[in-house]
Design a protein around this ligand. Structure first.
Ligand code: NIG
Ligand code: FE
Length: 411
């Protein structure tokens, strides 16, 4: 077996057709093995490369199934209470997302329900969504706050997100999104709310180690670039990486601003222009595609995929799981939508939920591909070709899900 000689193997997967996701074509290897020790991949190769002297504790026969990295959902607002189906009905009758937000609905309606919820209830409601994500092959998820919008409620949401990571076999990365909307106490005083974020909420989240990154909603119905910059400066002062909801409904130059701060990602990007694309390429900022929100808002403006390709900006794909614009937990369906709606190739969609999604979370050293040294987060799929993962809508071809080297129940 190449690369390492582990003293023992905890789990040996045999007869898998491995898609390592290290190459842009998502090539499939012939029947191979993946060896796991202490939750890490210690070998990827052919069965005849295996050293017979190394003891093997357990084996899993993949029977020719396709093996990929565990899927990574790099942009969710999974922790919230209640739902917004009434607003869905209103939008079907002609109200726009912006109209509803300006009338005190939208994010603020979820805010009320989330503030009112006890932590245990919030955890239970969020766990239902998390289980569904896991059933679709997700082994790492990013969870944002942003429906609390006070120090107490934001920290409550981040704690619930951390707890989910402790209760379930999944890696959770948390992001502070206090700059999601202006809460009622600060109505008409967005700059005063930004003061509250930079002086209190963000430093406290950092001190308690509840946030792995900081995000903001830079938009006409969110925060201005100048306000976003203040949040980013406060994040930088705490040593926290940033990401941004940018160019979703209008072009605010948010992606370029994010790139200036070396952002991990800029997300949505329907209105991104070439200046923003070039800035992202220079900074190594990942473009996160959220076709679920595009679909649910019946948007018609597609992110500039050709420009992103041309300038070599890595593209990730995510659910954006949230109650207002993408109430979904089916990451492979988002891969399908990224292909049908945005014209990504199935290989790009797969890289978008593996290698590039890992980069969007700052986890490229440990997650997102099947390589020696990486965490053993893997999926086995009953499909012949990687394109089927983006093609099929509905019944899941997921055969096995492995998190940190341990196979987990699917139901
Ligand atoms: O990613 N754009 C802002 N945030 C969410 C929507 C939040 C909501 O409507 O509850 C998004 O689309
Ligand atoms: Fe979002």
């Amino acid at each position: 077996m190449p690369n390492t000689q582990p003293p023992h193997i905890d789990l040996l997967i045999r007869n898998a057709r491995v898609v390592t996701c290290t190459d842009d074509a998502c090539a499939v290897s012939a029947a191979g093995i993946v060896a796991i020790t202490n939750g890490r991949i210690v070998g990827v190769g052919r069965a005849d490369q295996l050293n017979a002297a190394v003891p093997v504790a357990a084996e899993l026969d993949a029977e020719g199934a396709l093996l990929t990295p565990g899927l990574i959902d790099c942009h969710t607002h999974l922790v919230y209470a209640g739902d917004r189906s009434r607003e869905f009905e209103m939008r079907l009758q002609g109200a726009s997302y912006e109209d509803i937000a300006k009338a005190g609905g939208g994010i603020l309606s979820t805010l009320r329900q989330t503030r009112d919820a006890q932590s245990a209830d919030l955890l239970a409601q969020s766990a239902r969504r998390l289980r569904s994500l896991m059933q679709h092959g997700v082994t790492t998820v990013e969870i944002k706050s942003g429906y609390g919008l006070s120090q107490k409620a934001e920290l409550k949401c981040l704690r619930v997100a951390r707890e989910l990571g402790e209760h379930f076999p999944i890696d959770v990365r948390t992001t502070l999104l206090a700059a999601h909307a202006v809460p009622p106490e600060f109505a008409g005083r967005p700059d005063a709310y930004i003061d509250e974020i930079v002086e209190h909420i963000l430093p406290e989240a950092a001190r308690l180690k509840l946030a792995d990154a900081v995000d903001a909603f830079c938009e006409t119905i969110g925060f201005t670039p100048a306000q976003t910059r203040r949040v980013f400066e406060a994040a930088r002062a705490q040593g926290l990486p940033v990401k941004l909801h940018a160019e979703q409904l209008s072009n605010q130059g948010g992606a370029a601003l994010a790139a200036e701060f070396g952002a991990l990602s800029a997300d949505h990007l329907e209105h991104l222009d070439e200046t923003g694309v070039i800035a992202m390429a220079r900074a190594g900022t990942v473009a996160v595609m959220l076709p679920g929100a595009f679909y649910f808002l019946r948007d018609t403006r597609v992110p500039p995929i050709a420009l992103l390709r041309q300038h070599g900006v890595p593209m990730a794909v995510s659910t954006d799981c949230n109650p207002g614009t993408s109430p979904g937990t089916h990451l492979p369906l988002m891969m399908n939508m990224a292909c049908t709606l945005f014209r990504l190739t199935p290989a790009e969609a797969l890289l978008g939920v593996t290698r590039h999604a890992a980069t969007a979370l700052g986890l490229s050293a440990t997650h997102g591909s099947v390589e020696v040294g990486k965490q053993a987060d893997l999926c086995l799929w009953d499909v012949d070709h990687p394109a089927e993962l983006s093609y099929a809508i509905g019944a899941s071809p997921l055969r096995a899900r492995i998190h940190r080297g341990v196979q987990t129940a699917l139901h």
